[in-house]
Design a protein around this ligand. Structure first.
Ligand code: SF4
Length: 193
C-alpha cells in the first residue's frame, strides 16, 4: 500500500494532465498515515501549499490542525489530501476540466487506503465527490455511497472569513472521531443519506 501511494505521489508531482501544471510551483500530493482509517479531503492547494508542496500548511491548515487536536485526532496519523493537487491561480475554485483531470489521483489514493470513513471538507469536495452543495446546511451528515461512508463538514478556510464557524468545525470533527470509534468497534451508526 505504501509503495502504491508512493507511486501516486510521484505521478502527481510530475503530472501535466491539466493547465494548472503550467502555473503551479509544486504539485501537492496527499500526505499522512493510513493507519487510522480516515481520509480528509479539501479543495485544492493554496499559496503556502504550492510553495511547500504539502497540503494544509497555511492558515487553513493551522485551523485544521487545531480542530483535529480538539477532536482527539493526531494529525500525523490521518491522511490529508485535496480533490485537485495543484493550486488554481489566485486560489480560484478548480474548474470542471481540472476536477475531472485530477480525479484519477484521488480515486487511486482511496482505492489503496480503503478508508473506513472519508471526511469531506467544504463545498468543492462535497460537490465533486457526492454531487452536494450548501455545505452549511449539510455539514454534520453521514452519507453512504457505493458502500463508502462520508462525513461532511466545513472547509477550514471558511473559518478565516467567519471565525464564528471555528467551534462548529471543531465539534463536527469531535463527532466524527466518535463515529470512527463506533465503526471500529463494530457499533451501529446513524446514516443520514
Ligand atoms: S491539478 Fe491534478 S491533473 Fe492537473 S496538473 Fe495538477 S496533478 Fe495533474
Amino acid at each position: 500500500m505504501a509503495f502504491e501511494l508512493d507511486n501516486i505521489r510521484k505521478n502527481v508531482i510530475s503530472c501535466t494532465r491539466c493547465e494548472l501544471s503550467k502555473t503551479r510551483t509544486n504539485a501537492v500530493p496527499g500526505v499522512g498515515s493510513v493507519e487510522t482509517g480516515i481520509v480528509f479531503i479539501g479543495e485544492a492547494p493554496g499559496r503556502n501549499e504550492d510553495i511547500q508542496g504539502a497540503p494544509f500548511v497555511g492558515t487553513a491548515g493551522k485551523i485544521l490542525s487545531e480542530a483535529l487536536e480538539y477532536a482527539g485526532f493526531v494529525r500525523e496519523d490521518v491522511y490529508i489530501t485535496n480533490v485537485v493537487k495543484c493550486r488554481p491561480p489566485n486560489n480560484r475554485r478548480p474548474n470542471k476540466q481540472e476536477l475531472e483531470s485530477c480525479a484519477i489521483y484521488l480515486q487511486k489514493e482511496l482505492e489503496n487506503i480503503q478508508p473506513k470513513i472519508i471526511c469531506v471538507l467544504g463545498n468543492t469536495a462535497f460537490g465533486s465527490l457526492l454531487g452536494g452543495n450548501e455545505i452549511t446546511k449539510n455539514r454534520g451528515k453521514i452519507i453512504r455511497r457505493n458502500a463508502q461512508l462520508y462525513f461532511v463538514t466545513l472547509h477550514p478556510a471558511a473559518i478565516i472569513y467567519n471565525p464564528d464557524l471555528r467551534q462548529i468545525l471543531k465539534e463536527d470533527l469531535k463527532t466524527l472521531h466518535g463515529i470512527l470509534d463506533k465503526i471500529k468497534k463494530g457499533m451501529e451508526i446513524e446514516i443520514n443519506e
